[in-house]
Design a protein around this ligand. Sequence first.
Ligand code: FRU
Length: 487
Amino acid sequence: ATTIYDENYRGQYHFSPEKGWMNDPNGLVYKDSMYHLFYQYYPNATVWGPMHWGHATTKNFKKWEHKPIALYPDDLGFIFSGSAVVDVENTSGFGKDGKAPLVAIFTHHNMKIEKEGGPVYQYQSLAYSLDEGETWTKYEGNPILVDEKNKDFRDPKVFWHKETKSWIMVLVAGDHAKLYRSKNLKKWDNISDFGLEQGAHGGVWECPDLFKLKVKDNDEEKWVMLISIGSGGPNGGSATQYFVGDFDGTTFTSEQKVHRWLDWGTDNYAGVTYNDAPKNERVFIGWMSNWQYALKTPTGNWRSAMTLPRKLGLEKKDNKYYLTSSPLKEFLELKSMADGLSFDLKKGEQETLDMPGVGQSVLQFKMEKKDLKFALTNAAGERATMLFDSASKLFIFDRTQSGNHGFNYEFGNKLHYMPVDDLPDTFEVTIYVDRSSWEVFINDGQFVFTQQLFPSEEWSGVLLENLSGNQNQIKGLKMAAIPSIWS
Ligand code: FRU
């Protein structure tokens, strides 16, 4: 039987642990028609603690199933972030009777050595499963990768590189990424480093990813590296940057000197993509929180949710490459949306709409590149506001009046900004609202903003206000309810 998780603030179509603390998504891998999600997990409290890997599975992201804890801390340390691969050719030798093992590559973090001031307390280890991630065996040769020089040395992402028939690992060492190669997942050679002189360094580098993407409307393929930083994000605290470049099997290079953000919101961190997803798609999931206040958010006996699964894409404009992201189509049930409403708002005019159910829905409309205020509203008089300012080319988000924010000063003390340099004259806005979050996608995922919100009553209406000096048209406003992933 499935339990229905229906508590206050419990996202109904976003994954969250049934109880306890969750942070980063780990070991995202698709195997035998199943998407696996492992995650940084502390089951015994709603704050960070001795890290485990929690586990859940889904066939299509519309229903999730909680699984037994996959990895428990041991003598070598806590189980920090990492990845998982299907070792189809049994290069590791962990397979048995023709069964391809699922292999997890993760960081062991040794608290004892860290407290004693020892220089080496993060190292990489392996575990494998022969029963679809239900039970795991840790490799007796752990740790498999130690580095005397770097005390921050973690979050290995491993993938199979067809061209060189080898495993490639990217991990982070404080202020840069390191790449390794292996034939058997056990023995690794450092082949290159990246990033000392590039990108944002407002916090140590964490949770890297590296993958190839086809550029939209052209034959080009480029490689993308994701790097998260715990502080120094565009709107404070944690955020994820990306680099677009090339990977020749040994070295990753990128022309890009200045960082770019995958998401401008405060609540999308440590995200990585699935290995082996169908149709060669790049499916991304992030942790929908921020280290600034993650330990304080006012949820019940669980803490944190994941972002919606998003498909990543690449676009080229003026010789620059941009990463785009949009939720997997499964969630955009436009067919069930009623005919869109359209509004012609005169200067200063407002429209308030009763929209029961908006608190668990997807909203979509077309807007002009003119000043507009959009807000979610509720019976308690609270609002979450998004304002487009055409002169400064900014989307400005305001959650200072959005309900409960007294749990942490940083959470509700300021406006948040998303610069949108090159939007067309009219463009589409798609907003996923789920009780304690909203995810805003502008112009098909060209610009993305993800945020947690804690209204004291569910969102039940929408406010539109024309702030431009002219008439302003909002076209085809639609809303569709999104069913729960738990029922
Ligand atoms: C990112 C992170 C990782 C680390 C994990 C520990 O949020 O700090 O670098 O492996 O969390 O839980």
